[in-house]
Design a protein around this ligand. Structure first.
Ligand code: ZN
Ligand code: ZN
Length: 587
């Protein structure tokens, strides 16, 4: 496979270096069209090579030509990835950037940023040395077996080829891991144990139903058993080499200020630094507290009559939030309540001329399928760039498995007000609507290298936009919107402080419970998430802030000419490019 890899790299380098247009061309527009055609070729080759290099990513994006590949994550592989980055960069330097149209300029910057990120990951961040949970084949296996277009027999064949590399894959993992974090090691043990039983059941079930010969079955079983054994060995090796009781075996999960700043700049691609955004988050928290206390003054007599309010403003807000959270749907009607609200959101958006909603693209509310379950809540499954017309699923965790007490706590969290904000965020006009527009934007570079802060920022931005447009104009709604917004703001504050200023678990709890009105369980979950990820929790507030600022800038500039609907549609037409790139295109 290594050889095949290098072989494939060569045509990429050759093709993207040839055919430059010279300055002597007399017809400028013709010349420009050749430049663009050249760049189109570069992009095509980039994607081809990207998928060969990262077949699991390809499969997950709906591109299935490399389903049989499993890349062994060893040192040679990392060298090959760096060669790939060099090839892409050298091809990019030959592009006459100024002659590209706006859309292609964005693609150019996304590709350039991708190779920067690739180098940063391998040379500086080096999570392959300290995050043992990076090594897990379940997702790659699942995506192959879930592909509807292939017959079961074909899928077994592809899976057999893929599993052949599993022993080498885990051997490389053991070579790579130097000083892991305790948290990622525990996660790796847990997830690889799950992978073990998942793979066993996939192999057993598929073989039982497949129409293949005895010999083929035996050959597949031989490969599968070796793969299963190497996963079990990996788990055992992690346990014996890194015993939880020995702190000397582990590094801290905190990545520190310097790496954090770099990762923030490469992943979020904000116009602000992490530190600047952090200051904005702290200011916004202050603002929200002030506004919530004002609302609480008005709401207190409505819910508590003459009962004296607590002296502390924050405590007063908390008591009101607890009280109003009692307004929630029945546990048996959770899914139906969501379904019922979606047409109401659509009607409001149409009446107020906020954005064109494409009614031809289906949205289906469903119970979260088992394989994706485990984290309570709601999520959106948008169709990928290779499957644009597929259904968007709005996954909702059914409350069946919950005890009375758990269900009550969950329903209070997603009370009548918060449920509306959730639907705006996940569905209309949030993630679902953004996904449809993103699939309409030209080319697939922006979809593949989509920016997380743009995607989350949009969903957070529309919450605020809908409230401002007068959706459910009540002080209760505003209070819960502020609570929700406070969560986005505090996600930033805690992620930054955990990684850069050594915040303790207690400090995180104090922030979330004391200042953001969350439950202790929610705070514990957030702590865990922030010890396992870095920067991702900042995308919500950063994206929201930048989109909002862009809108206000354009509004100030255009004055009476400014059209909110046009702003929304134009913003989304650029796909999931970073907000600062979209800003350049819109200004
Ligand atoms: Zn209740
Ligand atoms: Zn979201």
């Amino acid at each position: 496979m290594k050889n095949l890899y290098f072989l494939c790299l060569i045509p990429f380098l050759l093709v993207s270096c040839k055919g430059r247009i010279t300055e002597s061309a007399t017809n400028k527009s013709l010349a420009d069209s050749v430049v663009i055609a050249d760049f189109e070729l570069l992009k095509k080759n980039f994607i081809d090579e990207l998928w060969r290099t990262y077949p699991a990513w390809a499969t997950g994006s709906g591109f299935h030509n490399y389903d049989s590949l499993l890349i062994v994550p060893d040192k040679e592989e990392r060298t090959a990835e760096l060669v790939f980055a060099d090839g892409v960069d050298s091809a990019l330097t030959k592009v006459e950037f100024d002659k590209l149209d706006a859309n292609n300029k964005t693609d150019y910057r996304l590709i350039a940023n991708f190779t920067k990120g690739l180098r940063f990951g391998i040379n500086e961040f080096k999570s392959y040395e300290w995050d043992p949970s990076e090594y897990n084949i379940s997702d790659a296996v699942f995506q192959v077996m879930d592909y509807r277009q292939n017959s079961l027999e074909d899928k077994i064949h592809l899976l057999g080829l893929k599993l052949g590399n599993v022993p080498a894959y885990y051997a490389a993992a053991r070579q790579n891991i130097k000083l892991p974090t305790k948290e990622h090691t525990q996660l790796a043990v847990m997830q690889n144990q799950a992978a073990l039983s998942f793979l066993k059941s996939v192999c057993k079930d598929s073989l039982a139903q497949a129409k293949i010969s005895k010999e083929e079955k035996a050959a597949f079983n031989a490969v599968a058993n070796k793969a299963i054994k190497s996963i079990a060995d990996y788990v055992a090796w992690l346990r014996s080499s890194f015993p939880e009781s020995d702190p000397a075996k582990f590094r801290s999960f905190r990545i520190g200020k310097e790496l954090y700043a770099k990762k923030f700049s490469l992943n979020v691609e904000s116009k602000y630094t992490a530190e600047q955004m952090y200051q904005k988050a702290v200011e916004r928290k202050q603002y929200l507290h002030t506004e919530m206390e004002k609302l609480a003054d008005g709401l207190w007599p409505v819910y508590f009559g003459n009962t004296p309010a607590p002296d502390s403003g924050l405590l007063k807000v908390k008591r009101l939030i607890d009280k109003i959270s009692e307004q929630h749907c029945k546990r048996t009607e959770f899914l139906a309540s969501i379904e019922k609200q979606l047409p109401e959101l659509t009607a409001f958006i149409n009446q107020h001329n906020l954005i064109d909603l494409d009614s031809t693209k289906p949205l289906k509310v469903r119970k979260t399928p088992e394989y994706a379950d485990g984290v309570a809540g709601a999520s959106i499954n948008s169709p990928g760039p290779y499957d644009k017309d597929a259904i968007t699923y709005y996954n909702v965790t059914p409350l069946n498995g919950y005890s009375e007490k758990e269900a009550e706590s969950y329903l209070r969290e997603y009370n009548n007000y918060v449920l509306q904000i959730l639907n705006i965020h996940e569905a209309i006009p949030g993630h679902y609507t953004q996904g449809i527009y993103a699939n309409r934007s030209p080319g697939i570079i922006k979809a593949i290298l989509g920016n997380g802060a743009t995607i989350e920022g949009w969903a957070c931005y529309v919450e605020r936009m809908m409230i401002e447009a007068g959706y459910n104009r009540s002080p209760e709604m505003l209070l819960f919107y502020y609570k929700w917004n406070l969560r986005e703001v505090c996600n930033f504050i805690l992620d930054y402080n955990i990684h850069c200023t050594n915040w303790s678990r207690q400090q995180v709890n104090d922030l979330l419970v004391g200042e953001a009105f969350q439950q202790t369980e929610e705070a514990a979950g957030k702590w865990r998430r922030a010890t396992l990820s870095q920067v991702q929790l900042t995308t919500y507030f950063t994206g929201l802030t930048e989109i909002y600022e862009l809108r206000e800038e354009l509004r100030a500039k255009k004055g009476a000419e400014f059209d909110l609907k046009k702003f929304h549609e134009q913003f989304l037409s650029y796909g999931s490019a970073p907000v600062k790139e979209i800003a350049k295109l819109m200004q």
